[in-house]
Design a protein around this ligand. Structure first.
Ligand code: KIV
Ligand code: ZN
Length: 553
């Protein structure tokens, strides 16, 4: 790395727009969406999609609800040309979907492009040429005037070519490639010239696309550039202002959102941000960002996993685990404090209320995800997550201090193993710690009868290997059992007692009683015992036995 990067890189110049309006605006409706997954996205793959994959992704895009889909670059590849023909001749295009195809602004390429669309019900011809100074001089070897003339000539040619195929409902899109690096007054001159050449009207609008072909400034600069154009385009009502943000700086979503505030009406991008280099703007994130602001995006991601699996199968790319809204881990909390807050949020959330769960800005159910993955346990987790898994999977609601105590057991295991601890392993740890220990005290059975004090109990047990029958009296069975056990050389006192019925378990089993006793031993150590049984009295005696074994064992 250079110690002085200013020797190599220059800051991108700001736009002179003192009275910019976009910072005071917010987005109030969804834009017109255009998916370029099958064109920009396809061009960026190691192995471009074959016809079968393109068709599958096309159908996925239609299913999501895209009404404008750029399907190919027909003058650049025979596969793409044939794909457009296949869509049209096999009637694969839904009535409310318009396909779009890209062409450079060269006469032979434009002819082949319009030819590929023969027989389409409706189509968008998308002409692109780069307008920025480095492209004009280094790549095209043309002056400003020559580039402008090329743009106008291309539009006129497409106007003639499409007029010769009157059965198709034609629209024109013009893209000023490298717009963000183009002198704004020159971009405006090209834009006005192509609008005029197409003779665009409010009933026959031209789609004017102003791409951030390479994202080279902060999103506010793009917003300024869009607002500057939006306020100056001569026939503004004859134009649909479109943006095409790339993600080189990782801020394409922000750039698209600010551009919409600045006057853009249409956004081009790809699912999960596929596209050249760092990709196009991610349309899933953009649409669901709108959704979480209460704005219907007009795109359906209610089964996000199905969309992601189709995308992966068609493109060979993977959706990373932290991809907004779609990644495997985006609704998962491992950290204890997050789990605790989420658990409380879930408990307070009612079905008809505005969504308000801490750390979960979005209801996973809205993209077809369950709540199972929300709380997962590893060494970073705390009592809340562990308690949530025991409750949601096994119907076991632990008293708060027992949650703290058992969390240490799980923590020891997580530290030793290093990985995630699933609900089944947590349940095994819980059983081993509280339900299965049978030494030094082994409970065999009991008999209860009434007595002057209330209840009399006879307890059959083994204590440190020797069979005993202990008798005690008290105002209830548990009290009587504590009195009986006082005969041992390890007397305990009860600090707290709770009983619950075990809620429905997802893993089978009939409803049972669950008792929790918090004991103090003769050495002042304290700890919980837990008992589960069909019978509540038996459950409470088992809890007592469990507590003594944990303290004395
Ligand atoms: O990034 C870009 O400028 C493009 C154009 C073809 C719109 O992909
Ligand atoms: Zn692009």
């Amino acid at each position: 790395m250079l110690s002085n990067p200013s020797l190599k890189y220059r800051p991108f110049p700001p736009v002179a727009l003192a009275d910019r309006q976009w910072p005071n605006r917010s987005i109030t409706r969804a834009p017109i969406w255009m998916s370029t997954d099958l064109r920009d996205g396809n061009q960026a793959l190691f192995e471009p999609m074959n016809a079968a994959r393109k068709l599958r992704l096309f159908e996925t895009l239609c299913g999501i609800g895209f009404k404008q889909i750029e399907v190919a670059f027909p003058s650049a590849s025979q596969t793409d040309f044939d794909f457009v023909r296949q869509l049209i001749t096999t009637h694969r295009i839904p009535d409310d979907v318009t396909i779009e195809v890209l062409s450079h602004a060269r006469a032979p390429l434009l002819r082949r492009t319009v030819d590929s669309l023969r027989g389409a019900r409706s189509a968008i011809v998308h002409i692109v040429n780069a307008t920025s100074q480095p492209f004009r001089e280094l790549v095209l070897g043309m002056s400003q005037a020559e580039v402008l003339a090329m743009a106008v000539d291309s539009v006129r040619l497409v106007k003639d070519l499409t007029a010769a195929q009157p059965d198709t409902d034609w629209r024109l899109q013009y893209s000023l490639e490298t717009f963000t690096a183009t002198e704004l007054d020159y971009a405006l001159a090209v834009a006005d010239a192509v609008v005029e050449a197409w003779n665009a009207t409010p009933d026959n609008q031209l789609i004017l696309n102003l791409p951030s072909s390479v994202e080279n400034a902060t999103p506010n600069v793009y917003a300024d550039q869009i607002e500057w154009m939006h306020r100056r385009i001569a026939r503004r009502d004859s134009v649909v202002l479109s943006v095409h943000p790339h993600n080189d700086r990782g801020t394409a979503v922000a750039a698209a959102e600010l551009a919409l505030m600045a006057g853009a009406e249409r956004v081009e991008g790809c699912l999960f941000g596929n596209g050249e280099r760092t990709g196009n703007v991610d349309l899933v994130t953009l649409a669901l960002n709108l959704y979480t602001q209460g704005i219907a995006p007009g795109l359906d991601f209610s089964d996000i996993d199905a969309v992601a699996r189709s995308f992966e199968a068609c493109t060979g790319l993977t959706v990373p685990p932290r991809q907004p809204y779609a990644g495997d881990l985006v609704f998962t909390a491992f950290s204890g404090s997050h789990q605790d807050a989420i658990k409380k949020g879930f408990a307070a959330q009612t079905a008809d209320a505005v969504w308000n769960v801490p750390y979960l800005p979005f209801d996973p159910a809205d993209v077809g995800r369950g709540y199972d993955a929300v709380i997962r346990v590893n060494s970073q987790s705390g009592k809340g997550g562990i308690a949530h898994l025991l409750e949601s999977h096994y119907g076991l609601v632990l008293p708060r201090r027992l949650q703290v105590e058992f969390a240490q057991v799980v923590q020891r295991q997580a530290d030793a193993e290093g990985g995630e601890i699933g609900h089944a392993q947590i349940w095994r740890l819980f059983k081993a710690e509280y339900l299965e220990a049978n030494a030094p005290l082994y409970y065999l059975g009991h008999r209860l009868s009434d007595s002057a004090d209330g209840q009399r109990i006879e307890l059959d047990l083994h204590w440190r290997g020797a069979a005993r029958c202990l008798v005690g009296e008290g105002n209830g069975p548990l009290d009587a059992a504590v009195a009986a056990l006082a005969a041992l050389d390890y007397a305990v006192t009860i600090r707290s007692y709770e009983e619950r019925s075990l809620g429905p378990s997802r893993h089978g089993g009939d409803a049972q009683a669950c008792a929790f006793v918090e004991l103090a031993g003769p050495d002042s150590r304290t700890g919980y015992g837990v008992g589960i049984d069909d019978n509540l009295v038996t459950a409470s005696i088992k809890a007592l036995v469990s507590g003594i074994n944990r303290l004395a064992g």
